[in-house]
Write a protein that binds this ligand. Structure first.
Ligand SMILES: [Zn+2]
Length: 435
């Protein structure tokens, strides 16, 4: 049974309780380390109440300390058999997962365990002042009859939740991830693009937003999940459309192939990460963590409940094994050569070993030199690739326009003419330098 809870913050009361040393005692902190910092920040209200000012940076740290106390209480209660471990958590002693005010408690699916957890939470409420926000709490039970389920709901007062759920923004599913579960990611990216589409951004500005903001939004998913190919393509499509058009509009006649943009700047591209390759590198990094036993809870759980006495590569997956583990096992031929030299590779090294490469170009230092101006560098990059909308290129695309140079009208307007031959451009440059 899993209980997903949301703890309501009541930091002001918590601080007062902290002064009573209950939380400090529970954490075993020396008083002299905590007391001065706390008492300096606590103010006395005119009505006699005491607490932190709203938005005080200290409040999040105190909240974290308080949740740490709850964590210790739950672990202690499980060892004292106040409630039973969840059957799939006992071997690693896992009673709960907690992040900020979100809490998931795992326990055995019987009435005694539920009552035990309620006792722990009541006691925690007494010493800390933090209580559950029952409107945001759910209980997930499997393998029980509907009658038992009703009984559990009655004694807890919590509503019954249904799987799959999202934890920290990503879906918790054991089957193959489908587009339906990834709709949240696509919606998030679309929201950002919609917000930026009204702004008159240069190519360089759009590139920076894709590289920093959009990548960080989706990278969280790449690092933890094996995303469907269609979703990766969709993310690429959204980024490509935004880069070339500034909005979600089809990119007919894009100046440079999007695959070329994935090459490093030193190789002639713009250094964006190929979503498919990056997601694959992240998956290989997860395999590396399993192989080296990096000490995370996830690796420990896999070792005790999936692989047991087997080595990762020798493990024969049964029909009940999670889809992503099967997928990782099938990556053996790809992964083996990467780790044959070293198993201490960083994620960036893994990505570099599997990405498409091309020869380095010598001119990249002329464009991407230190202190370059991004907007001008991007135009120079397009000029070097001969992708600027000069009249010779427009005519080749079937666009009806004049063929002569817009500046001097003496010759055909081509990139080479504009940058090396156009008399008007060079005479104006001479005037400028003389001035
Ligand atoms: Zn000219």
């Amino acid at each position: 049974m899993v209980v997903a809870l949301s703890v309501e913050q009541g930091v002001n009361r918590l601080v007062v309780e902290t002064e009573n040393k209950q939380v400090v005692d529970a954490l075993n902190f020396p008083e002299q380390d905590c007391e001065p910092a706390l008492t300096r920040r606590v103010r006395q209200e005119p009505n006699g109440a005491r607490g932190l000012r709203q938005g005080d940076p200290l409040s999040s740290f105190i909240f974290f300390l308080a949740m740490h106390v709850l964590s210790k209480m739950l672990n202690l209660a499980a060892t004292k058999r106040v409630f039973g471990y969840h059957p799939k958590c006992k071997r690693i002693g896992l009673t709960h997962l907690s992040f900020a005010d979100d809490l998931m408690i795992f326990c055995k699916g019987n009435a005694d365990s539920i009552m035990g957890i309620l006792i722990v939470l009541d006691h925690y409420n007494e010493i800390s002042g933090l209580h559950l926000n029952s409107s945001k709490c759910e209980i997930f039970i499997a393998g029980c009859s509907s009658r038992t389920l009703d009984f559990f709901q009655q004694i807890t007062g919590l509503k019954n939740g249904s799987l799959p759920v999202r934890y920290l923004g990503i879906p918790l599913v054991t089957r193959k991830l489908t587009e339906k579960y990834c709709a949240v990611l696509i919606d998030k990216i679309k929201q950002r693009l919609h917000h930026w589409s009204n702004r008159d951004l240069s190519y360089a500005g759009r590139l920076e937003l894709i590289r920093s903001v959009l990548f960080s939004v989706s990278n969280y998913w790449y690092r933890h999940l094996i995303l469907p190919h269609s979703i990766l393509l969709k993310v690429d499509q959204l980024c490509s459309r935004f880069f070339w058009k500034g909005e979600e509009k089809a990119v007919a006649g894009a100046r440079v192939n999007w695959e070329f943009i994935y090459f490093l700047k030193a190789e002639g591209g713009l250094g964006l990460k190929n979503t498919k390759t990056w997601n694959k590198a992240c998956t290989i990094d997860l395999i590396r963590k399993i192989l080296v036993g990096d000490g995370s809870l996830w690796v420990a759980w896999l070792k005790f409940y999936i692989f047991k006495e087997h080595e990762f590569w020798n493990y024969v997956a049964g029909s009940n094994v999670r889809w992503n583990i099967n997928r990782m096992l099938k990556m053996h031929p790809t992964v083996f050569p990467i780790f044959s030299t070293s198993d201490s590779l960083r994620l960036r090294d893994i990505w570099d070993s599997i990405r498409n490469k091309r020869e380095k170009v010598s001119c990249h230092k002329l464009i991407w030199f230190p202190l370059h101006i991004p907007k001008f560098s991007l135009i120079a990059w397009m000029a070097l690739l001969n992708r600027l909308p000069t009249r010779d290129r427009l005519l080749k695309m079937g666009i009806n326009t004049e063929w002569t140079c817009v500046n001097c009208s003496n010759d055909q307007e081509t990139r080479n003419h504009l940058f090396t031959q156009c008399t008007l451009v060079f005479s104006s440059l001479e005037l400028h330098s003389a001035a």
